[in-house]
Design a binder for this molecule. Sequence first.
Ligand code: TXA
Ligand code: MG
Length: 339
Amino acid sequence: MLAQKQTTHSHDLDNKHKEYAIIGTDLAAAAHCLRQGQCIGFPTETVYGLAANALDANAVVRIFETKKRPAFDPLIVHLPDLDAVGRYAATFPAPLRALAEQYWPGPLTLLLPKQPIIPDLVTSGLPRVALRVPAHPLARTLLQMLEFPLAAPSANPFGYISPTTAQHVADQLGDQIPYILDGGPCQVGVESTIVGWEDGKVTVYRLGGMSVEEIEAVSGPVVIALNQSSNPAAPGMLKSHYAPRKPLLLDRVGAHLEAHQDKKIGVIAFEKAYEHPAIVHQIILAQDGQTGTAAQHLFAALRTMDQSDVDLILAETLPDVGLGRAINDRLRRAAATEV
Ligand code: TXA
Ligand code: MG
C-alpha cells in the first residue's frame, strides 16, 4: 500500500491522545509521534504492533503502560533491514543468519545476544533481544525513515486477541495513543515465529506465521520448545493468551452443539459450515481450504464472536502441519481461560 499525501498538523497529534487516535496513512505524522517518544499503532504483515522508539526507555515504558503488560514480558525490536542487526546484536550465529537471509523481511523473529544500546526494559532483563524485519511496505518505509528501531508488541491489551486491522487497534487502545498507521488488514494474521540458537541447535520458541517446515528447509531438524507454563518467569508464552472473554471450546463441534443446545452458540469453522438450531452466528475461516487464509481471518473471527451476543464459541482445530500448527497453538491458548 502506498502512503497517500495528507496533511496532519503536528499540533493536533501532540494533543490528540487526550481524545482519540487519528487513523491514517501519513508516514510523516507517524514518524513525528515516534520522535516525540509516543506510542503509535503500526501495521505489520503478521498483526498490528504498538510501536515506540526501542532505544528510549521512557518511550518503552509507555508501551507497557498502554498495554497493561507485565514488565517480565519482553518486546520484539523491528529493524529496517538485515544490515541493522550488527548495531543491536553482539553476535549472529551462522544458522540464524542463514534464516534471516532467506526469510527477512518476513514473519520470523530471531533471539540474539543483545548489545548494551538496547535498554534492559526491552528484553525484561534477559540477555537476548528479539529482532525482526517486517515485510509490510508501510512498516518498512517508516523504519527506513527513522533514526531508531521500533519496539512493538501486538497492539492489544495484555492477554487479549491480537489486532489485524487498524480499527481493532482503535477499538481497544484508541483513547491512549495519538496515531494509528493504517496498512489495511494483515496478510499473515498470526504473530511471527520466534527462533533462537540454544545448545548448538536452532530452537523454535513460538509457532507463528513462518511454518516449522519452512524453517527446517533451511536449518534441518529444529527443536521446538514452546512454553506451556502459566509461570510468569516464562516470558510471553503464557498458557492462557490471545483469549476472548467468552468461553471457547475446541473440536468435537457436533457433540458440543448437542450438549449446549440451550445456549446461543457461535461456530468458527475451517472450510465447511455446520447446521444446528443452536448456532446463531457462524464464520468460515477459509472457503478455499487454505490454512494461510484461515490464519488471516482467525483473530478477527475470535473478536467478532466475542463482541456478538453468543454465549459460547466453538471452533475446530486444523491438521498440525504448516500454519495449522500456529493456528492450533493460538486456539488452544485462547481456550485456556477459565470463564
Ligand atoms: O508478529 C509479531 O511478532 C508481532 C508484530 C507486531 O511484530 N509482535 C508480537 O509481539 O507478537 P508480542 O510482544 O505480542 O510477543 C512477543 C513475544 C513475547 O511475548 C516473548 O515471549 C517473546 O516475544 N520475546 C520477546 N523478546 C524476547 C527475549 N528477549 N527473550 C525471549 N523471548 C522474547
Ligand atoms: Mg502479543
